[in-house]
Design a protein around this ligand. Structure first.
Ligand SMILES: [Zn+2]
Length: 188
């Protein structure tokens, strides 16, 4: 028995078998995701980096079959969920966001097929150099492509953004009042 996520197999064999792959892994098992997260977290001071980020879960279910356009092209469908550690680009604090990656890929050998719009609606075209695929490579790349260029806290209450210092200005008000009093005192 093989490991359908990691074995390199004929995409047509997988499609004809309607191979289902359950994914219950973590970032460690997805090298491109790990590299991307590592580069992002490298912007933090060493002591501020979350220690166990490679253990964050990546789960989901994908299924091989055939594209709905009747072309007979093999396809992969499903959904993958990832917990992605990142640095918030507003407050520069580490945080973690949930990434929901819909999977809808149509495979083929022709380089220009995507340009001809000859792909099922809603599907991404995936050019294969040969008949074989390693499913983990596809999922790895789809997650990286779904990661936002500029991650940030979704919830303002969690974000210690500089702009929010404005909301705290009431707390500094007594000092402003004191300064005004001192200025007035100078004039007298
Ligand atoms: Zn933030």
């Amino acid at each position: 028995m093989g490991d359908p996520l990691h074995d390199r197999q004929s995409v047509n064999v997988l499609a004809n078998a309607r191979q289902v792959i359950e994914i219950a892994g973590n970032i460690e098992g997805f090298p491109r995701v790990a590299e991307s997260v590592e580069n992002d977290l490298a912007t933090l001071p060493a002591g501020a980096r979350p220690g166990n980020w490679r253990a964050q879960p990546i789960t989901g279910r994908v299924r091989f079959g055939h594209a709905p356009d009747g072309s007979g092209d093999p396809a992969l469908e499903g959904e993958v969920l990832a917990q992605v550690p990142a640095v918030c680009q507003r407050c520069l604090e580490p945080f973690r966001y949930a990434l929901d990656v819909p999977v809808a890929v149509q495979f083929g050998r022709e380089a220009n097929k995507a340009l001809d719009a000859a792909v099922s609606p809603g599907y991404e075209y995936w050019e294969l150099p040969d008949d074989r695929v390693r499913p983990v490579d596809i999922v790895d790349e789809l997650i990286v492509m779904a990661m936002p260029l500029s991650a940030r806290h979704a919830n303002d209450e969690d974000c210690r953004a500089p702009e929010e210092a404005g909301a705290a200005s009431d707390r500094t008000r007594p000092f402003a009042d004191l300064r005004r009093q001192m200025e007035n005192a100078d004039k007298e």
